[in-house]
Ligand binder design. Structure first.
Ligand code: AMP
Length: 664
């Protein structure tokens, strides 16, 4: 098995980690950061941007820049909450009720999974660059509370990114793996994971490398974004009261408000009060309008009591399901940036009387755990074993719309469970199997994962045919359902895809499109890279010319300077004409010319270490041009009009003092 990386695909940030010599290691991205913003965007030229570059254009290009995509992954339109839809880009439902994100600049609609695939691709590319070898597989983490559709959709995103998702791993379980990796003593651990958009709680027992998840619970629509939104609303409402303008209707203003709100929220984790300044946020009848205000921690906390309440329920429910009391928990591990909020930590302390463990980095621990899981899969790490659970009950709809649970929540996975059902009417030739996931008694109140029909049942009185329905959940938490008519042996089995935003045909079509376009993309990429490196070289040449003029004077290395100037101008012209073939030759000539100039510069430096030799040379050249040697050496007072009255003195004294300054 080749290299498998671990990917934490967070709502706000994503992280990739690898195993190096048996130790997990977070990989810095191409920009040098250990976390990559989970943002995808297109420039006005339809160039794809991912991560920090995309994040940078959030305010200026809000309609073509997409953040918080995880909240849409594997969800159908009807399930979305208003708070998820409060984004500055457009989100809409297609004819099938699936979520689509139109991008004006590319004139295309994307499924959320497609955009998320670009983030995965970047992480994998960055890891491959670091490792110096291709990466084609990954362990991808998801919130433990993700349902089957969301897991399927995450796996689809991996496929669209061109990698094998070897394992879908629950985020809190990953965090526990990282936490328990080096520990030998038996511990009962509560992982409290509040990220940008999702919330998970898991209780597990760790002993001698065996990780047993006992219970998990959470809310996939609750995270740091909701806290930001409260500040956005607070600012927007106050502004509306004063100016009768709703800033939330202006995409750019909304994006600026969101960024300022998130920054203020983060600052309030460390200080009691923080200023918020948003100049020129709108224009009123009397000119530009600004926001200048201060938010203090207690006001902020007063905006979020219901969000805190929503954090309590899953902790209590996981404790109940595990059969543990709060006192049984030995360690509390905090995961996700939002756990830095003092109100969150206080609330948790009222539920579990333990100080949280500070030894893990809440931003990186999930990716580290994913890399450890990758090591378990490749066999590199041997003495670890992971026993996870399924977060939500799975069942069928039976007569009267009731939910018949086949696999209760928190069942250890992988698991197989089956039951026998019959017909409700005489001579019924087929039965509809409708699969649901959730905890409510009525099937319709839960999440529909899909339905299929088992037909060809021989005529028989009501209740006689025996249809065996089996549910299989694999180690990824993914479900497969089969139904067998026991009389005929007829069997039908399906991979459930009910809520996924892309069906199999669409995925295949997108993969085919990606393959067909791979050459075009590569060419495009290569041309962008070529242009960028030419631009970099031109900037370098400009700098070297400036250095040369300073160190050697404008004509100190005339031949080499001219060569660089000419080659640079050629490259600039070719860039303008967009002639990429010739550009390559131009770049080669410029590199050669720069090499010549650099060599000349370094040989000059060797013979004269003074960095101000250039100025001397400049003055020297001027002198040559303006005066004869005798003039220069003559008594300056004789020719007051020529340079300066105190020219020789100035030359000696000031140059010496500049030299000193230079080296100080
Ligand atoms: P994650 O998904 O773990 O990267 O968490 C991202 C979320 O954590 C975002 O909503 C951030 O605004 C939030 N966050 C990061 N640092 C802080 C902080 N110091 N205080 C409050 N929230 C934070």
């Amino acid at each position: 098995m080749g290299r498998i990386v671990g990917i934490d695909l967070g709502t706000t940030n994503a992280v990739v980690a690898v195993l190096e010599a048996g130790r997990p290691l977070v990989v810095a991205n191409a920009e040098g950061s250990r976390t990559t913003p989970s943002v995808v965007g297109y420039t006005k030229d339809s160039e794809l941007l991912v991560g920090q570059l995309a994040r940078r254009q959030l305010v200026l290009n809000p309609r073509n820049t997409f953040a918080n995509l995880k909240r849409f992954v594997g969800r159908v339109w009807d399930e979305l909450e208003d708070s998820s839809l409060a984004v500055p880009y457009t989100v809409r439902a297609n004819a099938e009720g699936n979520v689509r994100i139109p991008c004006p600049v590319t004139e295309r609609e994307y499924a959320p999974e497609e955009l998320v695939a670009s983030i995965i691709r970047k992480l994998v590319d960055d890891a491959a660059t670091y490792l110096g070898e291709p990466v084609d597989a990954a362990v991808v983490t998801v919130p433990a509370y993700f349902n089957d559709s969301q897991r399927q959709a995450t796996r689809d995103a991996g496929r669209l990114a061109g990698i094998n998702v070897e394992r879908i791993l629950n985020e809190p379980t990953a965090a526990a793996l990282a936490y328990g990796f080096d520990r030998t003593s038996a511990r009962r651990v509560l992982v409290f994971d509040l990220g940008g958009g999702t919330f998970d709680v898991s209780l597990m027992r760790i002993a001698n490398g065996v990780f047993d998840v006992k219970a998990t619970s959470g809310d996939t629509q609750l995270g740091g974004n909701d806290f930001d939104q409260r500040i956005v609303d607070w600012l927007a409402e106050a502004f509306k009261r004063e100016n009768s303008i709703d800033l939330r209707r202006d995409r750019q203003a909304l994006q600026r408000l969101t960024e300022a709100a998130e920054k203020a929220k983060q600052e309030l984790s460390g200080v009691q009060s923080t200023p918020l300044s948003l100049p020129f946020i709108a224009t009123g009848p009397d000119g530009p309008l600004h926001i200048e205000t201060t938010l203090d921690r207690s006001t902020f906390e007063g905006l979020c009591p219901d969000l805190l309440d929503r954090l309590m329920t899953p902790v209590q429910s996981a404790l109940r399901d595990s059969g543990w009391s709060a006192e049984d928990v030995d360690d509390v591990v905090l995961v996700g940036g939002s756990t830095r909020m003092p109100m969150v930590q206080q609330l948790l302390r009222t539920l579990i009387p333990r100080d949280p463990c500070q030894s893990v980095n809440p931003d990186e621990v999930v990716a580290v755990g994913a890399a450890i899981q990758a090591g378990i899969l490749t066999g590199e790490l041997r003495d670890l074993m992971l026993n996870d659970v399924t977060p939500l009950s799975l069942g069928l709809e039976t007569v009267g719309g009731l939910m018949k649970v086949l696999i209760p929540r928190n069942s250890p996975i992988p698991v197989r469970q089956s039951d026998v059902f019959s017909t409700s009417q005489a001579n019924q030739a087929s039965v509809d199997i409708h699969v649901w996931q959730g905890e409510r008694q009525l099937a319709a109140d839960n999440k529909s994962l899909g339905r299929f029909r088992l037909s060809g049942i021989p005529p028989a009185p009501r209740g006689v045919p025996q249809v065996q329905v089996a549910f299989d959940i694999d180690a990824n938490g993914l479900l497969q359902v089969s139904a067998t008519d026991r009389t005929t042996g007829r069997k039908q089995s399906v991979n459930i895809q009910g809520g996924s935003n892309l069906n199999e045909e669409e995925i295949k079509a997108l993969l085919a499109e990606a393959e067909a376009k791979a050459d075009e993309d590569r060419r495009r990429r290569a041309s962008i890279d070529r242009r960028n490196s030419a631009l970099t070289l031109v900037a370098q040449a400009e700098r070297r010319l400036r250095d040369a003029a300073l160190e050697l004077g404008p004509y100190g290395a005339e031949r080499q300077q001219r060569a660089v100037e000419m080659a640079m101008r050629d490259v600039q012209d070719l860039l303008e004409q967009n002639d990429l073939q010739e550009l390559e030759l131009g770049v080669a000539s410029l590199q050669e010319a720069l090499f010549g100039l650099n060599r000349r510069l370094s040989s000059e430096r060797r013979t004269d270490a003074s960095p101000l030799q250039g100025i001397r040379n400049t003055l020297g050249s001027l002198k040559d041009e303006l005066f004869s040697d005798e003039d220069w050496d003559d008594d300056p007072w004789e020719s007051p009009s020529r340079l300066s009255d105190s020219r020789p003195n100035m030359r000696r004294r000031d140059m010496n003092s500049w030299d000193d300054d230079f080296y100080r």
